[in-house]
Design a protein around this ligand. Structure first.
Ligand code: C2O
Length: 531
């Protein structure tokens, strides 16, 4: 195990895309930010110094941070933001995890430009469960706005409506030649005929689930969210914000230039977004004047592809799937509206879990829990929705009147939890990528329509379910996950569509300490930012 040190300077930098230049928040002046490389077992120390006029906080998405929520990063959940002129050191060990993860700002919408890859190689002497690739590359899928993102959000808040869609999708910060002024903002990887490459693909987009494909080349999927899966070959990938997918690609086609392309999966009726970002797979020795071909991508509303793709995901090794469940949770995902006096037409869109829209606290929830501060949160998040109804049937006329609150759910140490996330037709059905901090979970079931507690559990995969940190809840359907609550702390759970998070589609679990110091939250670091 090695000690890896990084310095992250948060600085504003002028960047130009789509014929527009604008100042963006960056790490070390880079967009996307620097890749963190480590090995399983390493100790990583990242000092973040904030030179910008924005509050900052960085999350290491998918790292379990065992007993160490202080290094997790979501603002007001595990820490107060790093204020302008201040520093904070994220100090953590990478235990029992290897693969592709990523990091991003976890405050407001700053992750629009503040993100990067986190690559964890197998520990020294260990190897991949597949042949060693000739080379590897990271492909981070993102979004670009011509205007200042925070301004767009404020506008959205004032109108109580969704803020404007992004102006482009990007691959490693570059939209590719299908966008104006973007010829020179095109990412390319050079490959040698006959060799196999490992691509680490990350969806860092704020609001879009994405398809990804490479013209002329199939991909063999070998890993998702830093867990190995049984390899399968596919022409296209589906990847939700927050998720990562590793694929092997063999450069064995007629040497040339091929587009890699990404485009949204628009399960929801609105907004309709069909922008295509491209990058180039370039065979060595082929002139760059040749025009590449575009790959075939599924149609924007191809939910049959999504269902079939998800069904192929199976863990390589059967992990420790909890077979017995101590705690059954059933959370409905609702989109509705709330009264809002400062909003243009008197209401604001609201998103809720079990009819509760989460209100961000003013101090960090982990501190409040650790130091027993009262009045910051309540521990009465309901295990079930207030009323049972036909979740995905004909649109409800009655608005359930979303409640507001900083309400958390308490989990006993080491208890096994099953959580069914059910999409509903309140306002509109839509797919939601749910991310749980501090854990990987097993995705044991998935279905369209209403979850049926009498019959669906018998169909759960308890043998080799995929293990991940972010899962898509299908439009008008449900997903069941299981995990063992063995990581004490306060752990955020939210939809990874930034728009929905902003509307309140989030909550947190308080996982109690077990016995003795080995099963308890570590003491907070001395430089933990004050509020
Ligand atoms: Cu990738 Cu709470 O986030």
């Amino acid at each position: 195990a090695a000690l890896k040190r990084y310095q992250f300077d948060i600085v504003v930098k002028n960047v130009s895309r789509l014929c527009h230049a604008k100042p963006i928040v960056t790490v070390n002046g880079r967009y996307p930010g620097p890749t963190i490389y480590a090995r399983e077992g390493d100790h990583v120390v990242i000092n973040v110094t904030n030179h910008a006029q924005y509050n900052m906080s960085i999350h290491w998405h998918g790292l379990k941070q065992f007993r160490n929520g202080w290094a997790d990063g979501p603002a007001y959940i595990t820490q107060c933001p790093i204020q302008s002129g201040n520093s904070y050191t994220y100090d953590f060990n990478i235990t029992g995890q290897r693969g592709t993860l990523w990091w991003h700002a976890h405050i407001l919408w700053l992750r629009a430009t503040v993100y990067g890859a986190l690559v964890i190689l197998p520990s020294k002497g260990a190897s991949f469960p597949f042949p060693q690739p000739a080379q590897e590359a990271e492909l981070i899928l993102g979004e670009w706005w011509n205007s200042d993102v925070e301004e767009i959000v404020k506008q959205g808040n004032k109108l109580g409506l969704p803020p404007r869609m992004s102006d482009a999708h990007t691959i490693n910060g570059k939209p590719g030649p299908l966008f104006p002024c973007s010829e020179k903002y095109t990412y390319a990887i050079e490959v040698q005929w006959g060799k196999t490459y490992l691509l680490r693909i990350i969806n860092a987009a704020l609001n879009d689930e994405l398809f990804f494909a490479i013209a002329g080349h199939d991909m063999t999927v070998v890993e998702i969210d830093a867990t190995y899966i049984k390899p399968f070959t596919t022409g296209s990938l589906l990847i939700a914000p927050g998720q990562t997918t590793n694929v092997l690609v063999r450069a064995d086609r007629s040497p040339g230039r091929y587009f890699m392309a990404t485009q949204p999966f628009n399960d929801a009726p609105i907004p309709v977004d069909n922008k295509t970002a491209t990058a180039i797979l370039q065979y060595k020795g082929i002139p760059t004047t040749i025009t590449p071909l575009l790959p075939f991508l599924p149609a924007p509303n191809d939910s049959a592809f999504a269902d079939a793709y998800n069904a192929k995901l199976r863990s390589l090794n059967s992990g420790n799937v909890p077979l017995e469940v101590d705690r059954h949770l059933f959370y409905t995902i609702g989109l509705g509206s709330n009264p809002c006096q400062s909003c243009l037409n008197g209401t604001r869109l609201a998103a809720s879990l079990n009819n509760i829209s989460f209100i961000m606290p003013k101090v960090g929830l982990l501190q409040a829990h650790y130091f027993n501060l009262s009045g910051v949160f309540r521990l009465d998040f309901p295990d079930r929705p207030p009323t049972a109804f036909n979740y995905t049937g004909a649109p409800l006329t009655a608005n359930l009147g979303t409640l507001l609150g900083t309400r958390l759910s308490r989990l006993a140490f080491n208890s096994t939890v099953e959580l069914v996330l059910q999409d509903t037709n309140l306002l509109t059905v839509e797919s939601h990528p749910f991310h749980l901090h501090g854990y990987n979970f097993f995705v044991v079931g998935r279905g369209i329509g209403n979850f049926d507690p009498a019959n669906d559990p018998a169909k759960f995969n308890l043998v080799d379910p995929p293990e991940r940190n972010t899962v898509g809840v299908p439009t008008g359907g449900w997903t069941a996950i299981r995990f063992r609550a063995d990581n004490p702390g306060v752990w955020f759970m939210h939809c990874h569509l930034e728009l929905h998070t902003m509307w309140g589609l989030k909550m947190a679990f308080v996982v109690e300490n077990g016995n003795g110091p080995e099963e308890s939250i570590l003491p907070p670091p001395k430089d933990l930012p004050p509020c």
